[in-house]
Write a protein that binds this ligand. Structure first.
Ligand code: NAD
Length: 248
């Protein structure tokens, strides 16, 4: 029996990166895991870990509601879906603003709205949202919209935690530094021209982390497993900073 034995988990954006590593870590700890992603092809291979998976675009309210209704009573909801825009208050477009708030913030409200009633009825549940150290915690250059939307995730986390604090449901979020995932590779590539080369761009991302290295997705998964487990029973409403010393 693992640390999540007997628990049922629902994960968004589980096709790659932190979501995928977390789905696998939860399954290894004995949870029954439903892994979802907008891109069904990215879910390939999760079945080898005993994970059930299906396509889900978290921007589709009706699909979110029916997927969570079909999932049965959940003990764990991990809201991982999010997108990193690289912009400033001057370069951010209206479309980027709407997209980031729909994906990074509103979609988490919709999954919570769908999953919370059954958790409250069972008086048991752990909701974990993906925020970032780039938020109200740290102002990061060229992360205007990202930091603004991730600050909202922290606000939402604390608000829902306050509403549920006496009812057995805990709500926390992760505030990571830079994690080596497929989309980070895309961001490194997008900055390569400005930095002079792909290697120089990669070095600049690594230099932000005081430890001098990027985090792994597995290091994020370990914290999500802790927050999902009963080991963290006294922890709620928190933004857990896991950033290699970025905010030191
Ligand atoms: P990623 O960005 O490499 O992959 C994102 C996944 O989300 C993809 O599989 C994609 O198909 C899926 N996705 C995109 N839109 C979706 C939608 N509408 N519905 C469902 N799925 C969708 O993964 P990552 O870098 O591990 O990032 C995951 C989360 O962690 C994000 O919220 C991100 O903001 C956050 N985060 C990442 C870092 C980092 O450095 N990588 C740091 C802090 C926070």
């Amino acid at each position: 029996a693992g640390r999540l034995a007997g628990k049922r988990a629902f994960v968004t954006a589980a096709g790659q990166g932190i979501g995928r590593a977390t789905a696998i870590a939860m399954a290894r700890e004995g949870a029954s895991v439903i892994a979802t992603d907008r891109d069904a092809a990215k879910l390939a291979g999760l079945d080898a870990h005993g994970i059930t998976s299906h396509a889900l675009d978290v921007l589709d309210d009706a699909a979110v509601a029916s997927a969570i209704a079909a999932a049965g009573r959940l003990d764990i909801l991990f809201n991982c879906a999010g997108f990193v825009h690289q912009n400033t208050a001057l370069t951010c477009t209206d479309d980027e603003w709407d997209f980031a708030f729909a994906l990074n913030v509103r979609s988490m409200w919709r999954t919570i709205k769908a999953a919370l009633p059954a958790m409250l009825e069972a008086k048991r549940g752990s909701i974990i949202n993906m925020a970032s150290a780039a938020s109200n915690i740290k102002g990061a250059p060229n992360r205007f919209l990202y930091g603004t939307s991730k600050a909202a995730v922290i606000g939402m986390t604390r608000a829902v935690a306050a509403d549920c604090v006496t009812q057995g449901v805990r709500v926390n979020c992760l505030a990571p530094g830079t994690v080596d995932t497929p989309s980070l590779q895309d961001r490194i590539a997008a900055n390569a021209a400005a930095a002079g080369s792909f290697e120089a761009s990669r070095a600049a991302f690594i230099a932000r982390q005081a430890m001098g290295r990027l985090a792994t997705a597995e290091e994020m998964a370990a914290l999500v497993v802790y927050l999902a487990s009963d080991e963290s029973a006294f922890v709620t409403g928190q933004a857990m900073v896991i950033d290699g010393g970025w905010t030191l």
